[in-house]
Design a binder for this molecule. Structure first.
Ligand code: NAD
Length: 268
């Protein structure tokens, strides 16, 4: 018998991925396109969105750009309506756009804190709210939020990011509870440390090795390694999974302490 992966197919589906011009969002968009979806590539930066669409089309996929900021809250309903009018439907929302500001508490002023919460949390709600309307009308939908290891853990210097990503988990559960009866699933993907422009500057610093030491898989990951999880959650195969945070973190959050044990003695 041949392999039948029909339940993972996204043929005929329309997906909107926010912050998909580069990095993890681009990898999500490419994975959904490979599975057959038409991907609407959102980004704040038009040149990023256009380049991402060209890359997807060059690989045989279907894509179109949608340039807007996910924090233009009063414009989001119209932006989503325009996508539905152009593509005829909207099946999948991937809430991926995000930023990180690293600063200790004394240097992290309220406007910076608020900006991180606006993009990483408030916009996730605003986009889910805007997309739930057409999904309800269709009687089916998939919302996938980008969480983080910081959705369930913490480290110094990124307070607003930790608060926002914990909020993404709460939002995922709250939206799942409310939208489940409309046949809309809501889940989150929690990436571990993925090499993108967000963190490329830590290469060569002690932090690069700290991540490796704390990760059972003993390495950083590439954005492409998140794609399969997104396709699963977006497809019919994920139809009864909702309200979940799926960690794709090389095991980082599954253990509290990774230490070399052979030198600790037999009874340690
Ligand atoms: N890189 C990691 O290790 C890592 C780990 C866990 C979670 N994440 C999360 O993954 C997501 C993507 O991160 P990345 O590493 O790919 O970052 P990135 O900076 O490489 O890409 C982010 C993209 O979002 C776009 N963007 C920023 N603000 C926007 C806005 N207001 N509206 C629309 N687009 C906007 C940017 O232009 C950029 O193209 C974020 O939510 C981030 O928190 C990243």
């Amino acid at each position: 018998m041949g392999v039948d992966l029909t339940e993972f197919s996204l043929e005929g589906r329309v997906a909107l991925v926010t912050g998909a011009g580069r990095g993890i969002g681009l990898a999500f968009a490419q994975a959904l396109a490979r599975a057959g979806a038409h991907v609407v590539v959102n980004d704040l930066r038009a040149e990023f969105a256009d380049e991402a669409c060209h890359a997807i089309e060059a690989a045989g996929g279907k894509a179109s750009p949608a340039v807007f900021s996910v924090t233009d809250f009063s414009e989001l309903d119209a932006a989503v309506d325009a996508i539905v009018a152009r593509q005829g439907r909207l099946d999948i929302l991937m809430n991926n756009a995000g930023i990180l500001i690293r600063a200790p508490i004394e240097d992290h002023a309220i406007p910076d804190f608020a900006r991180v919460i606006d993009i990483n949390l408030n916009a996730v709600y605003a986009m889910a709210r805007a997309c739930a309307r057409p999904m309800k009308a269709q009687g089916k939908g998939r919302i996938i939020n980008t969480g983080s290891v910081m959705s369930i853990s913490s480290r110094p210097g990124v307070i607003s990011y930790v608060a926002a990503k914990h909020g993404v988990l709460g939002l995922t559960r709250g939206l799942a509870a409310e939208l489940g009866p409309h046949n809309i699933t809501v889940n989150a993907i929690g990436p571990g440390y993925i090499l993108t422009e967000m963190n490329r500057h830590v290469l060569g610093t002690p932090f690069e090795k700290t991540v490796i030491d704390r990760t059972p898989m003993a390495r950083w990951a590439a954005p492409e390694e998140l794609g399969g999880t997104a396709v699963f959650l977006a497809s019919d195969a994920g139809g009864f999974m909702t309200g979940q945070l799926l960690m794709v973190d090389g095991g980082m959050t599954s253990n509290s302490l990774l230490v070399e044990t052979q030198n600790l003695g037999a009874s340690s």
